[in-house]
Design a protein around this ligand. Structure first.
Ligand code: C2E
Ligand code: CA
Ligand code: CA
Ligand code: CA
Length: 275
């Protein structure tokens, strides 16, 4: 038994070594990718639930890898977070989003996903401020999407930072609402402008009675607290109908538009220029 235990341990160590090696290679690869401009932002529209008018776009990062082709964020963001590379990547995303928003009409915003690792970084506020001051963008055209995990970590610091971001004029969205701990008290204790109902509830609409009730409750709660409520992952006309009837303010999802390259969005915003 002792011997087989040792073999198992050796196999385990070997597996760990391989994993660490793979991670290191990916880290170096991300670094190179940033240097060579291989990352690109795709933009997915968010529309008014009643009139379907575009109110803004969510920036979603893609990696045009020279060998692996188009790599989706699920395949590199987690590694970038573990290695700390997310700090550099996140700053690139923010800078690029500001640059894009600066060229948008004043009534359109871009929302950017902020990793908890970025949020926790001691220089987070400083970096945001300097990126904002370099880009000539009105702060109200930039929205930051954060998740509940950053609120749990360090409540006092989170409140301080969110308060400061608000004084800069940025908008704050609580992303993936309903998936984390979703303490109701978060909603009243932090200055959110927007809550985004997680896709898992939206896709269960009409199939599970509990989903209908949960979605309706989130909408009433958010509206009651003066926040805009956005539903993500809207794929069907039925979902859109239910959500707008229930008082949801904005919709996002494949039904309304897939994430698309910036050039395509530019053509949409100013069709005459593209023609
Ligand atoms: P998320 O913030 O919840 O973003 C929404 C995800 O749902 C996106 O996946 C989007 O393409 C996808 N989606 C939108 N509408 C629909 C729909 O109707 N149906 C379905 N099935 N999916 C839909 P994506 O682009 O693969 O991004 C995945 C996650 O990666 C994001 O989830 C976000 O957590 C993270 N991410 C993406 N870009 C960034 C970034 O620039 N920085 C950070 N820190 N994270 C990012
Ligand atoms: Ca998001
Ligand atoms: Ca989300
Ligand atoms: Ca999500």
């Amino acid at each position: 038994a002792k011997k087989s235990g040792r073999n198992t341990f050796r196999a385990y160590r070997k597996g760990m070594d391989e994993l660490i090696e793979k991670r290191r290679a990916l880290e170096a690869d991300i670094e190179r990718g940033l240097e060579r401009g291989e990352f690109e932002l795709y933009l997915q529209p968010r529309v008014g639930a009643l009139d379907g008018a575009i109110v803004g776009y969510e920036a979603l990062v893609r990696w045009k890898h020279p060998e692996r082709g188009m790599v989706q964020p699920g395949d590199f963001i987690p590694v970038a977070e573990v290695s700390g590379k997310i700090i550099e990547l996140g700053e690139w995303v923010l800078t690029e989003a500001c640059r894009l928003a600066a060229g948008f009409p004043d009534n359109l915003h871009i929302s950017v996903n902020v990793s908890p690792v970025q949020f926790r970084h001691p220089q987070f506020l400083d970096r945001i401020e300097s990126i904002l001051s370099m880009a000539e963008v009105s702060p109200h055209q930039l929205e930051l999407e954060i998740t509940e995990s950053v609120l749990i970590d360090d409540d006092q610091r989170a409140r301080l930072i969110l308060g400061h971001l608000k004084t800069l004029g940025l908008r704050i969205a609580l992303d993936d609402f309903g998936t984390g701990y979703s303490s109701l008290s978060y909603l009243s204790r932090y200055p959110f402008d927007v809550i985004k109902i997680d896709r898992s509830f939206v896709s269960a609409l009409g199939t599970e009675e509990t989903a209908d009730a949960i979605v309706r409750t989130i909408i009433d709660l958010g509206s009651g607290l003066g926040m805009r409520v956005v539903a993500e992952g809207v794929e069907t006309v039925e979902q859109a109908g239910y959500l707008s009837a229930a008082g949801c303010d904005e919709l996002q999802g494949y039904l309304l538009g897939r994430p698309q390259p910036v050039a395509q969005v530019d053509a949409e915003i100013s069709p005459t220029v593209a023609a």
